[in-house]
Unconditional design. Sequence first.
Length: 103
Amino acid sequence: MKDILVAIYNQTYSLRGELDEAYMQQLAAYVDEKMRALAAHTETADPLRLAILAALNLADDYFRLQQQTQQRRPEAAELPPEFTQRLTHCSQLLDAALAKCGV
């Protein structure tokens, strides 16, 4: 495992993982984009609140995708393993970011 620096909403985080650095940067950029979009459409600038709202939005995306997948293929109750792995990693990144904020 190696440490990788990522920037999310004007904060730099040192993350440790086995995933490709470019992929981790892509995940961080996606979370940053979600937080900035929320900041532009809400009255809060509190990074912790924006992180929680982003997490809720990402969870909503995940559940909707899972529901769509199940509707298209009822026999496929689970998402592909690679998607589940990536989603788990996104969750870990968000947990790390929230921990840095003291949550």
